[in-house]
Design a protein around this ligand. Structure first.
Ligand SMILES: CC(C)(COP(=O)(O)OP(=O)(O)OC[C@H]1O[C@@H](n2cnc3c(N)ncnc32)[C@H](O)[C@@H]1OP(=O)(O)O)[C@@H](O)C(=O)NCCC(=O)NCCS
Length: 195
């Protein structure tokens, strides 16, 4: 796709996708009770830049914030739904969308009860394939707390490279921490979803 055609693509073109066990689709207000169960767990939010949710009001405030960011055209909040029972078990955020550079950043969260089953790997495989395909993205980025081993392993298995360490990048809940910057290019020989 030419640079001009790529610039015409928007995040709204992402649509939804199905994998073996999951559906990845746009966030709806009716997802909030399920997402309260995900983000109401302090172990799950340990590495995330927001406080653990306590009430549905926290979920509503988050929805309003996400809708505001989405309105600017630089972000799309997706949810991860389990096909077996329709329950929403996680989220994937596409943000810092730069159409000219065909670049986007990823954020993701999964309910603790579902960790370690390869589910986020399955979801992100589909998301990255869609981004590189229909959305003609050139580069996908992620910033991860250097202590977040599960996220590190997940990105490496997807073919991301660690491109550097950003020292004292964030202060969240009075904790200052370094992150690794990860990058995956459409032209990288990703072992997982382009072979
Ligand atoms: C990061 C997260 C999404 C991973 O989801 P998941 O579905 O459990 O991940 P997967 O099962 O697809 O794979 C995770 C990898 O990390 C490994 N892993 C999982 N938990 C781990 C842990 N506590 N310590 C070390 N490795 C771990 C898995 O073995 C797997 O590695 P492998 O591919 O080499 O076998 C999930 O742990 C999560 O939601 N964490 C809290 C939110 C968060 O930190 N989000 C990322 C912010 S950057």
């Amino acid at each position: 796709m030419s640079a001009r055609a790529a610039a015409a693509v928007t995040l709204a073109d992402f649509g939804s996708l199905s994998t073996e066990r999951l559906i990845v689709r746009a966030l709806e207000e009716s997802d909030l009770p399920d997402l309260l169960a995900v983000n109401g767990d302090a172990e799950t939010t340990r590495f995330l830049p927001y406080a653990t949710w306590q009430h549905l009001d926290d979920a509503r405030a988050w929805l309003a914030r996400m809708r505001g960011i989405e309105a600017g055209g630089t972000a799309l909040q997706l949810v991860v739904e389990q096909r077996s029972d329709g329950r929403v078990i996680g989220t994937v955020l596409l943000f810092k969308w730069d159409a000219t550079s065909a670049r986007v950043e990823l954020g993701y969260v999964l309910a603790r009860s579902h960790w370690g089953q390869g589910l986020m790997h399955e979801a992100l495989r589909g998301v990255c394939a869609r981004l590189f395909g229909a959305l003609a993205v050139r580069r996908i980025e992620a910033e991860v707390d250097v202590a977040n081993t599960a996220s590190h392993q997940l990105l490496l298995r997807l073919g991301f490279a660690v491109e550097g360490r950003l020292r004292q990048r964030w202060v969240v809940r009075d904790r200052c921490y370094d992150v690794h910057l990860y990058g995956l290019l459409a032209t990288d020989p990703s072992p997982d979803f382009k072979s």
